[in-house]
Design a protein around this ligand. Structure first.
Ligand SMILES: [Fe+2]
Ligand SMILES: [Fe+2]
Length: 154
């Protein structure tokens, strides 16, 4: 599915995340402590510099839009995975092959979920369709009569 312009930057970042996860998995399974330590530290840095801002953007714009559109289950799954990835990124500040493997596998699953389900739902609900919104007829709020005030009781 062609991405709406509002999601294209996030989608591009997903490609980078998949590459990082692929390399992270290889490092985690390498059996080499120095490789695990070095790549774990690299992933933790990438998380702070790139992924955390990406998560915040999703959480501040995309998820509230989907929650309002009635896609609460997708929103909760996204938030739960963000929380686990954040916790794993903290664990990766120390050499930890199991944490690196879990982070890499979860990041891969998370990106696939977002691309296939979350972003697809957002597009279907009109996320980023600002032009369509501004072109839609506006309800005549100013012209509408206010509802009658309830009668006051003594
Ligand atoms: Fe995400
Ligand atoms: Fe994402």
């Amino acid at each position: 599915m062609k991405r709406t312009p509002a999601l294209q930057d996030l989608s591009r970042e997903h490609h980078d995340a998949l590459k990082l996860a692929r390399h992270g998995k290889l490092a985690a399974l390498s059996g080499d402590a120095a490789t695990v330590a070095a790549y774990g530290a690299h992933v933790a840095r990438c998380f702070d510099n790139e992924m955390e801002p990406h998560f915040r953007e999703e959480e501040s714009e995309l998820l509230p839009f989907l929650a309002a559109a009635g896609d609460g289950e997708l929103v909760w799954r996204t938030l739960a995975e963000h929380a686990e990835l954040r916790a794993l990124a903290i664990a990766l500040r120390q050499p930890d092959a199991a944490a690196l493997l879990r982070f890499s596998e979860l990041l891969t699953a998370h990106v696939r979920f977002e691309e296939r389900e979350l972003f697809a739902a957002a597009q279907a609900a009109g996320f980023g369709a600002a032009d369509a919104l501004s072109a839609a007829p506006r309800p005549p709020c100013a012209a509408a009569r206010p509802p009658a005030a309830p009668a006051l009781r003594r």
